[in-house]
Design a protein around this ligand. Structure first.
Ligand code: MOS
Length: 736
């Protein structure tokens, strides 16, 4: 009997669960190779200026030290002689030239790397390196530099206008407010770094923490001007990333230079405090939203401005104002996006990049408007539901957000929500309910998979995909099991190796859609070949009218005449049968607006005297098409909700602007939710197939899991207390 949990829509446990919980899964830092030595970075202690001199003598004579590498003695990086690193490799290059010159762009920038025979000795020697600087004055504060914002080059973030500009100002009912998102840092459990080894003058092998082995391969090949095939990247397991490993960072290139210099493999694992300074973050953003409506709640206009902090050496953008253009039907919309260059490291996408920040502003503003209109915030959203995408003027490939509102409202008990803010108490605590919508593009990229069926009846599928935690291999096995009609235990999916066929980065919630489509197509092609080789009457039937089950194929009305895949191989004297298939998105993307949607509901308690907020219950609803695996998808939605609670109530990376330096760059002072902060989280899926998007009908859900959670909490806090907090995180001091 086929096990439904092993098919698309099942609840199969992770294929790598045992490896992970027993410690058998190996992360990059756990690899050992012969002659391995250890690198430790020396950070800049100034924020802007140049290095006048470096004193490395003491470090060099410390026990076990092989070298101290800096701009003074690093091997020349071929591409850096002529090219700007941010312009190479589709913007996924390191952005800044590691150990290339004496310029300092931000505090904590690596100025040298000590290489020693043990990590401890390298750490000690790194403390002995001193630098003399020529300091310049720096700017790290967004608030005092808002007037320095510039329009980014990015096409999608140019000023946008539909209808009249700032039409909200003419509406009978309007609100206008500013919203502030602080800097947040990904802080996955696994620290960043790389193990780099030269296998010859133009051959490099790395064990990396990356969201895309092919991406890392391309960047390294471009940077060192060597053939792509000469760069091997291994990254089978990643201990969380949330976006921080979507590019190659300068310290990775520095490690490859160090390995070249000492002619030994070098491992670098950066420290927790360096995770704040040199590996990206969600950018601090000041936003303003204006919304105007008629008395019946119909939107007249929405305006949305965002000022986003950036580095001084390259441009980073994210779709902070993107959803405002299409999430609601408003005849007049304008959006403005500016980047503010500051003397800090470049940001990088962090779960729900842009949209999570933008939704805090937009979805808080809509909640504010609902009170001004004296209207239920769900009714207000439904009133302005767009039947088609108003930005592209295209029909939705699927949009069940109204059903999601209903599902979530029922589950949280929305009817218990007090209509008047600050009007209901439970056990001495103010009670409030809030909700907000999230959306993210349902993307799909080109991907390739190789499928091999073997004489022993097993199926091996390979693709250079990544798994930063969602359970990619499990979903791929289910897709293959569904198409091939095979038990999951006989299917293996391998990923995380550049030797496998091309897969895109795991980013932007697109892996199931992209790699899943390739697995689907490869398996469809494989079973077609099996039928063609079957040598019996099956050949005459259409491949997709046949029944595939238990590793056998048969015509639908003749159970007795089934034939095993292994038998087909045997009859043809084949030890195995292999197909490789590339799957590309079709033209549907031009005909339909493709988005995933989420709706978050929360119930909060707020302590009347201390201002402490407790999330008592959360409901996350996703309209993400077909749910390939309900267990892993639920986990992913819960993880996003936890991230949203951190975003709403706790997370904030703080810089002391006098020095341009982070002052809470550790997990003691940068607060993230712990178990006791997390309530019951119910996850609900609309679970309706999107017929246009890919063979599975699945839309992504990694990002929508967090997008909308923070404003849902802010809205619930207002409902509970009558205090509108427009600056995250909502810490007790803001409520008393
Ligand atoms: Mo996701 S922020 O694209 O890793």
């Amino acid at each position: 009997m086929k096990n439904k949990d092993e098919r698309i829509g099942g609840r199969m446990s992770r294929v790598d669960a045992q490896l992970k919980v027993t410690g058998a899964a190996k992360y990059f830092a756990e690899f050992e190779v012969p002659n391995l030595v250890y690198g430790v970075l020396v950070p800049s202690t100034i924020t802007k200026g140049t290095i006048k001199s470096l004193d490395t003598k003491k470090a060099e004579s410390a026990p076990g030290v092989l070298a101290v590498i800096s701009h003074l003695n690093a091997p020349k990086t071929p591409a850096y002689q002529t090219e700007e690193p941010s312009k190479t490799s589709s913007g996924r290059g390191p952005g800044m030239k590691a150990f290339h010159d004496n310029n300092i762009y931000f505090n904590g920038q690596p100025i040298a790397m000590v290489v020693a025979d043990t990590f401890e000795r390298a750490t000690y020697a790194a403390s002995l390196v001193t630098a003399q600087y020529e300091k310049s004055s720096h700017q790290t504060e967004l608030k005092s530099n808002l007037d320095k914002g510039i329009t980014p080059k990015s096409k999608s973030l140019q000023d946008y206008q539909r209808g009249q500009k700032d039409a909200y100002q003419t509406a009978p009912i309007k609100i206008e407010a500013e919203y502030i998102q602080p800097t947040e840092v990904h802080n996955p459990m696994e620290l960043h770094g790389i193990l780099a080894q030269w296998e010859g003058p133009d051959k490099i092998t790395v064990y990396a923490k990356t969201q895309g082995v092919k991406m890392t391969q391309q960047v390294i090949a471009d940077t060192f001007k060597i053939p792509k095939e000469n760069v091997s990247v291994h990254s089978q397991f990643v201990g969380g990333a949330f976006g921080m490993s979507l590019r190659v960072w300068p310290h990775e290139i520095a490690t490859i230079l160090a390995a070249q210099k000492v002619q030994r493999p070098v491992k670098l694992v950066i420290t927790r405090d360096q995770m704040f300074t040199i590996a990206g973050y969600r950018p601090h953003t000041h936003q303003k939203v204006g919304i105007g409506a008629n008395k019946d709640g119909k939107f007249v206009g929405i305006s949305h401005w965002a000022n986003v902090q950036n580095s001084n050496y390259e441009e980073f953008t994210e779709a902070t104002v993107g959803m405002t253009r299409f999430l609601y039907r408003s005849p007049n919309v304008n959006t403005t996006y500016r980047v503010v260059p500051l003397d800090i490291c470049t940001p990088i996408p962090m779960r729900g990049p842009g949209e999570a920040t933008g939704a805090f502003a937009l979805e808080s503003a809509i909640d504010e408007l609902s009170y001004a209109l004296n209207m239920d915030p769900i009714d207000l959203r439904i009133k302005n539901y767009p039947e088609k995408d108003p930005e592209q003027d295209l029909p939705w490939s699927s949009n069940h957000v109204r059903e999601a509102y209903q599902l979530g409202a029922d589950k949280i008990g929305w009817s218990n929500r007090p209509k008047e803010p600050r009007s209901k108490k439970e056990n001495g605590m103010w009670v409030g309910y809030g909700m907000a919508t999230g959306t993210f593009g349902a993307h799909r990229r080109e991907a390739t998979a190789r499928a091999q069926i073997k004489a022993d009846g097993t199926l091996l599928i390979q693709s250079a995909a990544s798994d930063i935690g969602p359970g990619t291999g499990t979903a791929m096995v289910q897709i293959a099991a569904e198409v091939m009609g095979m038990p999951a235990e006989r299917i293996k999916f391998e990923l995380g190796e550049t030797a496998f066929p091309y897969a895109p980065i795991q980013g932007g919630s697109a892996t199931v859609a992209s790699v899943g489509s390739a697995v689907h197509e490869a398996c469809m092609a494989l079973r077609q070949q099996l039928v063609e080789l079957s040598g019996n009457a099956l050949k005459k039937a259409k491949v997709d009218t046949l029944v595939y089950e238990e590793g056998r194929v048969r015509s639908p009305n003749d159970r007795s005449a089934s034939i095993a895949y292994t038998e087909i191989l045997k009859r043809n004297n084949l030890p195995m049968l292999e197909v490789t298939k590339e799957a590309k998105p079709g033209e549907e993307g031009k005909k339909f607006a493709m988005y995933s949607f989420s709706v978050h509901f929360v119930k909060v308690h707020v302590h009347p005297t201390t201002g402490v907020v407790r999330v008592k219950h959360a409901v996350a609803v996703a309209d993400a098409g077909t749910i390939v695996n309900h267990k892993t998808a639920s986990s992913q939605m819960m993880g996003g909700a936890v991230g949203g609670i951190g975003m709403a109530l706790q997370e904030e990376a703080v810089i002391d602007h006098r020095y341009g330096r982070y002052i809470n760059n550790d997990l003691a002072n940068y607060h993230v939710p712990v178990n006791a902060d997390i309530p019951d989280i119910d996850v609900l899926f609309v679970d309706k197939k999107d017929t246009y998007i890919n063979p599975m009908g699945a839309k992504g859900l990694g990002e929508i899991a967090i997008i909308g959670m923070a404003p849902a909490i802010a809205n619930a806090v207002y409902n509970a207390t009558g205090k509108r907090i427009r600056e995250l995180p909502i810490t007790p001091d803001k409520l008393i």
